[in-house]
Design a protein. Structure first.
Lengths: 124, 124
DNA sequence: GTGCCACTTCAACCGCGCTTGAGGTCAAGG
DNA sequence: CCTTGACCTCAAGCGCGGTTGAAGTGGCAC
């Protein structure tokens, strides 16, 4: 698995090649090595991409992921606000989590109560 | 608070009036009563809209919210798969929750480890 | 009456996150 | 040699979730 084509890489993270090219153009993935004009990826690319995919699935925007990776890629100690950025991300992740938990509670409530309309539900 | 204009209603849920008109056009909110051509909302509208806003903040798409409300609005017992739909929603909410928790763990890991690049992070 | 502001409709536009299509290249298999 | 298929670039298009702008109306204060 030393080297992967864009198609193989895409298959590993369940994306389409077009999405990977898009991420590259968006500055999330560095331009990879090429052979015969075609992109060749390695294990590091795969790990970075996996991280991006996870972040996207957790609801982060492309812009946030980019800022994040950029902070991470910056020379360590070069005044990078990495820890602040990460901490802020933790906070927004937690906020999302809270919203979801709230909605979950509402759904559970609706399942329990026998009211006939959301607008009239007494427990809402 | 018996009657609300669209602007007042919007203020209560921190939306813009345009978003409320959009929801109405999208079939999430029933066309309200009018006075002098202007929409007039009551407490039931407010509760329904609050529910919609919460659902959106929890990450549900407009289409899902619509299907959901539609199932809820259907005559009770008329073969409405309400409980199934709600159960499915619970599952997707839980799935989102898991993704977020995963990402949170990754972030925490990154904060802990001192690696210099995401691609090289040993604990990823 | 005359501002003025919130409201009305309708169509057009926007940013996001990709996907799709046109038109071309490259490498392998028969 | 020829086809097949994955790849390349670049531009355009799409679905979502609204926002914005134009052109007009309602109702209240002065």
């Amino acid at each position: 698995m030393a080297e992967l084509s864009i198609g193989e890489l895409a298959a590993r993270v369940r994306l389409r090649p077009s999405a990977i090219r898009y991420y590259e153009a968006a500055g999330l993935l560095p331009p990879p090595a090429r052979r015969g004009g075609r992109r060749r990826y390695d294990g590091a690319s795969l790990r970075r991409l996996s991280f991006i995919v996870q972040a996207r699935r957790a609801g982060l925007t492309i812009a946030k992921v980019r800022r994040w990776l950029a902070a991470w890629d910056a020379p360590p100690g070069a005044g990078s606000p990495l820890r602040d950025i990460l901490a802020a991300e933790l906070a927004t992740l937690d906020a999302r989590s809270v919203e979801i938990e709230r909605q979950r509670a509402r759904v559970a409530t609706l399942l329990d109560c026998r009211c006939t309309s959301i607008a009239d539900c007494p427990s809402l």
